[in-house]
Write a protein that binds this ligand. Structure first.
Ligand SMILES: C[S@@+](CC[C@H](N)C(=O)[O-])C[C@H]1O[C@@H](n2cnc3c(N)ncnc32)[C@H](O)[C@@H]1O
Length: 170
């Protein structure tokens, strides 16, 4: 299967719980790296929402500016409620993408939006939680991917070791 480069950028995240939940999503959806700006994540270090410990193999790096850390092959995809953005159901994800999300208590800066290859939003009533949005974007990418692997072996590998439940349709 072809390896794609998928990165996440968090603009000045505030809540330690969100960063932990984003790292868990990154593990579940095979994100390569997560970058963040700002000082507020420092408070997250002791917090462990990420119970699957995705942080052990996915890098989480604090940077001054997300735009200076876009891998060369990645398109910049800003995700926020921005006028003129593309609704997610209509969006086709690029193979290699750097998805940028705004802070819980703010919005992506105009200078970041102006650098984007695409700006997408989820047509929700009201805005979602940051980590919920990351999960929705990554799931949408998976659902639209032609190379998604989905079978019982994956379920066996992904579930809890004490889960032996099977579907027995009548
Ligand atoms: C709690 S929201 C912040 C408020 C949001 N910027 C607004 O104008 O309502 C935190 C982040 O989650 C993402 N987000 C939440 N709901 C979204 C939606 N419906 N579509 C796109 N992004 C969303 C964005 O990246 C946003 O910056």
């Amino acid at each position: 299967m072809k390896e794609h480069n998928v990165c996440i950028g968090l603009s000045n995240p505030k809540s330690p719980a969100n960063v932990g939940a984003v790292m868990r999503a990154a593990g579940c959806y095979q994100v390569s790296s997560v970058f963040y700006t700002g000082e507020r994540y420092a408070r997250a270090v002791k917090f462990n929402t990420d119970t699957k410990d995705a942080r052990s193999n996915i890098s989480l790096t604090g940077v001054d500016c997300l735009l200076r850390h876009i891998p060369q092959n990645c398109k910049i995809v800003c995700v926020d409620l921005v006028e003129g953005a593309t609704p997610l159901p209509e969006y086709q994800h690029p193979e290699n993408a750097f998805y940028i999300f705004g802070p819980e208590d703010g919005t992506l800066e105009q200078r970041v939006i102006d650098r984007a290859d695409a700006v997408v939003y989820v047509p929700t009533i009201g805005c979602m939680n940051l980590a919920a949005t990351v999960n929705v974007i990554l799931y949408d990418r998976l659902a639209k991917s032609a190379s998604t692997l989905a079978n019982d072996e994956l379920i066996r590998q992904s579930r809890d070791t004490n889960n032996k439940v099977k579907v027995n349709l009548l």
